[in-house]
Design a protein around this ligand. Structure first.
Ligand SMILES: CC(C)(COP(=O)(O)OP(=O)(O)OC[C@H]1O[C@@H](n2cnc3c(N)ncnc32)[C@H](O)[C@@H]1OP(=O)(O)O)[C@@H](O)C(=O)NCCC(=O)NCCS
Length: 172
C-alpha cells in the first residue's frame, strides 16, 4: 500500500520452516538485497559492492553443509522467502538476513531464536558470529556479547570491518 511517504508491504502471513537445497536461489537474492538495503548505514557503496560480490552462493553452503549439521531457517510470506538465518554444526552463525521492506517487524528476532533453539537441541554450547557493524544492536538485544572488532576477508586480499560476537546457550 502506498501511503504517500513510503511503500508499505502488507505482511499477510509469515510462516517459518527449515530451508532445503531448492531454496538456494531465493536465499542468494534475499542475502544480496538485504546487504544492499540495510548495511549502508555503516559501509560505503564500494564496501557493499565488494561484500555482495564476495558472498558464497547458498547452494554451495547447503551442499557442503549437508554432512556437517549446517541448516537454514527461513521466513516466507505467501510462498516468497523474506528472510533467513543459517548456522553450522559447530555453532557458527553464517547468515542472518531480512529483506529491507520486511525489516523491523520482528522477523529477524524469530529467525534468530529458531536457529538458537535448534542448535541448543543439537547440543551446541555457544553461538559465534562475525557480524556486520550495523547488526551490533540487534545481536546485543538478543544476548550476544561483543568480543571485539574483526575483519571479514574478501577477494583479492581486501577486508571489511566487522565485529565478533558470541552467545552462550546455557540451559534455563
Ligand atoms: C539485522 C537484521 C537481520 C534484523 O532483522 P529485523 O527483522 O529487522 O529484526 P527485528 O525486527 O526482529 O528487530 C529486533 C530489534 O533490532 C532492531 N534493529 C533491527 N535492525 C536494526 C538496525 N539496522 N539498526 C538498529 N536497530 C535495528 C529493531 O529495532 C528491534 O529492536 P527494538 O525491538 O528495540 O525496536 C536485518 O536488519 C538485516 O537483515 N540486516 C542486513 C543484513 C545484516 O547485516 N545481517 C547481519 C549479518 S551478520
Amino acid at each position: 500500500m502506498w501511503n504517500g511517504l513510503c511503500f508499505e508491504i502488507e505482511v499477510v502471513d509469515i510462516s517459518f520452516r527449515f530451508g532445503v537445497q531448492d531454496d538456494a536461489p531465493q536465499l542468494d537474492r534475499v542475502q544480496s538485497l538485504s546487504i544492499v538495503g540495510l548495511c549502508k548505514s555503516h559501509y560505503t557503496n564500494e564496501e557493499i559492492r565488494a561484500l555482495t560480490q564476495h558472498i558464497k552462493p547458498y547452494h554451495t553452503w547447503i551442499a557442503q553443509g549437508m554432512f556437517s549439521g549446517f541448516f537454514v531457517f527461513l521466513a516466507e510470506n505467501n510462498g516468497d522467502i523474506v528472510g533467513f538465518s543459517s548456522i553450522s554444526g559447530k555453532g557458527i552463525l553464517h547468515g542472518m538476513y531480512v529483506l529491507p521492506e520486511y525489516s523491523q517487524r520482528g522477523i529477524g528476532s524469530k529467525l534468530l531464536s529458531g536457529v538458537e533453539s535448534t542448535a541448543k537441541q543439537r547440543g551446541t554450547e555457544y553461538i559465534s558470529v562475525t557480524a556486520s557493524l550495523n547488526s551490533q544492536y540487534f545481536y546485543e538485544k538478543h544476548g550476544y556479547q561483543y568480543l571485539g572488532s574483526a575483519s571479514l576477508p574478501l577477494r583479492q586480499g581486501t577486508t571489511i570491518k566487522a565485529i565478533s560476537m558470541q552467545k552462550i546457550l546455557t540451559c534455563p
